[in-house]
Design a protein around this ligand. Sequence first.
Ligand code: CDT
Length: 316
Amino acid sequence: MSAPTPRIVTVGAAQMGPVQRDHRRAEVVERLVTLLRQGHDHGCDLVVFPELALTTFFPRWFVDDITDADHWYETEMPNAEVQPLFDEARRLGVGFSLGYAELTPPDADGIRHRYNTQILVERDGRIVARYRKVHIPGHEHHEPERPFQHAERFYFEPGPDEPGVWPAFGARVGMMICNDRRWPETYRVMGLQGVELILCGYNTPIHYVPDPSQDILQGFHNALVMQAGAYQNGTWVVGVAKAGVEEGVDSLGQSCIIAPSGQIVAQAYTTGDELVMARCDLDWCRRYTGTLFDFDRYRRPELYGRISSQRGATPA
Ligand code: CDT
């Protein structure tokens, strides 16, 4: 009997260097198209771009009236400026995942929502999944004493849906965005949906204003959380940075692709536009989800009630 055909998805982590405030969407999309073409030349099925890939990381500035920031958000996707990326994806037969700021049309109550969003686009150029960041870090009010703001909680409301998993690229694909990667719950919710490949974009300033002792640990913490999440849920994880010095703020690179073993199998070595790639064998997930992390056999959900019923720590 012949061995079953391996299920391989070749994935490119398309790290971006900085996007400055005055960079136009069209210029940025050209950079994304260049990275997509590199992915195609290297046999990628899927190229993953960072969080808020189309603009500078604008939550580093505060505005009194949020509508003054509307120009940082996309009101439809695709739109005319991003369309060339969709067209090239379809032409090349290479899918992609893209993070951007989303401003929705008015809902039934007339409210427009602001989300930190990531989409998954199949090789035919169709959007097949949309995820809205759940763990929104930083602060909601102006903190003028900071060297730069991290006002994500002013600019975005938390996504209303659990981190989802979608069938795409012959795999079960999940998405998370930046700060989501630091929370084990994010991975587990996807692990419980049988995730095989998690895509994550990030913008991580090196300087952590509330506790600068963490600055030199940014790279360590980035790898720590994603390697642990991959291993403990038996899944591939692709972490992709917008890196380098953006508007004076230095941000972490070290984009990487992590196997279900927890091993980093590819990692960026610059802080600029750089594609790293890996052939992700989806059947490798079973080596972990079918053994040590056989959830059905070993988990004790009857003892984990606190995880979903309680928010803050209650000292015992
Ligand atoms: N973009 C994003 O979520 N960045 C956060 C920085 C946290 S500091 C407020 C991160 O977790 O990398």
